[in-house]
Every structure is written in C-alpha cells, then in structure tokens.
Design a protein around this ligand. Structure first.
Ligand code: OGA
Ligand code: MN
Length: 282
C-alpha cells in the first residue's frame, strides 16, 4: 500500500490496495491514514454494493432511511448520485451538495464518514472540493476562539429557512423532509471535538447552519458570515478531479465539502454512496 499526500490542506491518495479485500493490518493502516489526512482517495476500485457496504461498516453503522429514493434496488444503504435521465426521469440524486456543508449535520447524530465511488465520470465538470475545518479553527485569533468557545448553532435541513441556500429543483416539494421523513432542527456546538483525535474543528456550514442559539440575528449573522468566509480560505482546500474507479472517503467532523457540478453535456457522472454515523457532537 502506498499513501501519498494530495495537498497541503488535506487528503491522501492510496494505491496498491483493493478495499473489497483488506486484512486487519491493512485496515489499521487505512484507519491511521484517515485520521492523519481526513480524506482518502483509493484509485482503480471495482466495488460491488456488498463490499462497498462492508468496507463502510468497518467505520460505523450505516445510515439508512425508509423510503429513501434513489437507493440501489435491494440495497437501502447505497444511494445513487447521477445526472443520467432515462425516459425523462432522473435515476439518481442530481446535485447532492451544491453548498458548502458537512454531511447530515442537521441530524442529532450526524455522519462520521462518507464513501463515494465513481462508476462513471464526465469529461468536464463534476469536481468536488473539501475544506479543512480543523485548520479553520486553529487559525482563528485567540479572541475569536474565546468568543465562540461555548456557542451552539442551529442546523436546519429545509433550504427555505436558509437565506444562504436555494431550493433544490429536484426536491422542491420536499424541502422540509429528508427523503420522506420530516426532520427536526439540531443544535450542535460551534467548536466540535473530533471523536477520535480530540482535535477541535469549526463545525458549521452555510448550507445547514442558520443561527446561533440564544443570540440575536443582528449579532449572529455577521459573525456567521465572517466564519463562513474564513472556513473556505483557499489554502484550507483540496479540489478533486474524479477518475473512474475512485473511491473517496472523508471525515465529516473535520471537513466541509461542496459539489462543484457544471457537468458538460452529454457527460454522465454516476456514483454510489454510503454514509456511516458517528458520535453526538461535543
Ligand atoms: C455528498 C456530496 C458532492 C458531489 O455525496 O455528500 O456532497 O460532488 N457530494 O457529489
Ligand atoms: Mn455531502
């Protein structure tokens, strides 16, 4: 197995391993690299749904929901992300992440790790970009660290309640529910401790955070604007140009990410995704 850093900000490429067939020693190496680099890119993976699920489950329980649309037949654990249209109907979620976010932070127990496997990639467009929110926290001034130390943020799924987001055309009539299930707001600490490393991150995102508990918007919104801008400073980021066969896994407590979209027709980008749950943010 070879592990090579991808950028100064975050991420490593892993070659010489087949994730559908790893032993405990390889798992230990992958796990350690995951904590060190926050995002791992496994190249050239042929991955059926079962091994995709099995590999994911080594990191936590898989998040599934009843009646979630666009899962693989027989595999409610695996979501399809795709811009393919068949007989006028989409076969997957078309834009899964068009604003900076960390996965499922609107839930009481958010997503720990996301596993996204590229079966087909478009010639142009469809990049994904991550930003390191450990570094975002570390580089705040001491005054700011003190100011935000005990703040708690309100995470909301419904885009209509977020002036920084726009309603997703594909799910416009379902803006207040996640795949058939209405969701309650979640409140999480603005400064989160990573469940394994214990390091602090600036655990907010413009897609899901709409306010600060107990703080007037006159004060909260400018503070959020300042922190959202800081979170995505170019030097904190890594942008991935997908290749067919890439399996990416990323650590949601310490990264935010965005799907850059803009797939140039007739390009098709078709992916399978699993998510595993982590701890209650503290
Ligand atoms: C996701 C996500 C972005 C992309 O799957 O959680 O945000 O580029 N995807 O597909
Ligand atoms: Mn996402």
């Amino acid at each position: 197995m070879h592990i090579t850093r991808l950028s100064d900000a975050l991420g490593a490429e892993v070659t010489g391993v087949d994730v559908s067939d790893i032993d405990d020693a390889e798992f230990a190496e992958i796990h350690a690299a995951f904590l060190d680099y926050q995002l791992l890119v496994f190249r050239d993976q042929t991955l059926d749904p079962e091994p995709h699920i099995e590999f994911s489950e080594r990191f936590g329980p898989i998040e599934t929901r009843p009646d979630r649309p666009f899962t693989l037949p027989g595999y409610p654990e695996v979501s399809v992300l795709s811009n393919r249209i068949v007989d006028g109907e989409p076969v997957g979620v078309i834009s899964a992440g068009d604003f900076w976010h960390t996965d499922l932070s609107f839930g009481e127990i958010p997503c720990r790790a996301t596993f996204l496997h590229a079966l087909e990639v478009a010639e142009e467009g469809g990049d994904t970009e991550w930003s390191n929110i450990y570094t975002a926290y570390d580089t705040l001034s001491d005054d700011m660290k003190e100011r935000i130390a005990d703040l708690r943020c309100i995470h909301v799924f419904d885009r209509r309640r977020n002036r920084r987001a726009q309603v997703d055309k594909q799910f416009a009539d379902k803006a207040d529910e996640v795949y058939g299930v209405p969701v309650q707001d979640a409140v999480h600490p603005m400064v989160r401790h990573h469940p394994e490393t214990g390091r602090k991150s600036l655990y907010i995102s413009p897609r899901f955070v709409v306010g600060i508990e107990g703080m007037d918007d006159d004060e909260a919104q400018p503070l959020l604007d300042e922190l959202f801008a800081h979170q995505i400073r170019p030097e904190f980021r890594y942008r991935h140009r997908w290749r067919q066969g890439d399996l990416l896994m990323w650590d949601n407590p310490c990264l935010i990410h965005i799907g850059r979209g803009n797939i140039k027709p007739p390009g098709i980008r078709h992916m399978h995704r699993t998510m595993v749950l982590g701890d209650r943010p503290h």
